[in-house]
Design a protein around this ligand. Structure first.
Ligand code: NAD
Length: 289
């Protein structure tokens, strides 16, 4: 298949390389020259603009920083430039309202389009083990699935347009909340004289068990190897967790959902990022508890 790939950053670079490995003819574009050069090394054909990259393609995949950029790229550089028979897949994490607006504009111009944000970080993007949560019609999902399968281990249809983004921000709001809760519990256990490993051994098989504890333990030397064992470097940056929590708070406000814990998690991560820790893994929040 001829696939245009727009946005070859930390995530998109590895994803485009996996499409090449799966035998696709990938036509890449990014504003960053170094990102374009890496994509070329990975076997992509490269272009000077998105409008050139999308000429004659069967599909367009994008992995961009935010909703405003996604809207700008699709409305000015993809819609009306890619053939209408092309399936459009936006894998960026953006707000639900913009995702729905862009998909409606694409559908109005005759395209099938899905929102397909991912769970999994840079290692999963490079390794082709992302999880995709997909919003769009059954027909659009059916067309998008084999393309996404070349970049991930799971591809799940979340419902209508925008529901991929809804699933992503609800999941990440829950993750932010239970990471802070896990950190609080470890910090209090220590103050009460309870050894972290002993608390882990008990809680990981008791009702407090959660992913933040057993798969991503914030305490160094306890549980499986995690960013905590690497001084909180690598992993899922606090700044990205904060981005997702802010998107969740926008969605809560526009939908009238009550999210008191999500709001508290957002303000705790805002303080942590504001203190200069935006680059640390989000489990480093334990440092301030
Ligand atoms: P990044 O900043 O590394 O990459 C974004 C790329 O988009 C950059 O190379 C930038 O030059 C390019 N770009 C910006 N505007 C452009 C335009 N108009 N035309 C073409 N290219 C343009 O970001 P990333 O870490 O790869 O994240 C991309 C998306 O994936 C974000 O929405 C992010 O929230 C989401 N995400 C990231 C992670 C992660 O761990 N990094 C995990 C899950 C989801």
């Amino acid at each position: 298949m001829k696939i245009a790939f727009i946005g070859l950053g930390n995530m998109g670079g590895g994803m485009a390389a996996n499409l090449v490995k799966a035998g696709h003819d990938v036509r890449a574009f990014d504003l960053s020259e170094s990102a374009v050069a890496k994509a070329q090394q990975a076997g992509c054909a490269t272009f000077d603009s998105a409008t050139e990259a999308v000429q004659g393609v069967d599909a367009v995949v994008s992995m961009l920083p935010n909703g405003q950029i996604v809207k700008g790229v699709y409305t000015s550089e993809v819609i009306g430039h890619a053939p209408t028979g092309a399936i459009l897949l936006d894998c960026s994490t953006i707000d639900v309202a913009t995702a729905r607006e862009v998909i409606a504009a694409a559908e109005g111009a005759g395209y099938d389009m899905v929102d397909a944000p991912v769970s999994g970080g840079i290692a999963a993007a490079n390794g082709g083990t992302l999880t995709f949560m997909v919003g769009g019609t059954d027909a659009a999902f059916g067309r998008a699935k084999p393309i996404l399968e070349a970049m991930g281990k799971a591809v799940i249809h979340a419902g209508a347009a925008g529901n991929g983004q809804a699933a992503k921000i609800c999941n990440n709001m829950l993750l932010g909340i239970h990471m802070i809760g896990t950190c609080e519990a470890f910090a209090m256990a220590q103050k009460l004289g309870l050894d972290a490993q002993t608390f882990y051994d008990i809680s990981s098989v008791s009702s407090g068990q959660c992913w933040s504890m057993t798969s991503y333990c914030p305490v160094p030397g306890v549980g499986p190897a995690t960013p905590a064992d690497n001084d909180y470097e690598g992993g899922f940056a606090t700044a990205l967790m904060l981005k997702d929590l802010r998107l969740a708070m926008e969605a809560a406000e526009s939908s009238g959902a009550a999210t008191p814990m999500g709001a508290r998690a957002t303000s705790i991560y805002e303080d942590f990022a504001g203190a200069g820790h935006g680059g640390l893994d989000f489990s480093a929040i334990i440092k301030i508890l």
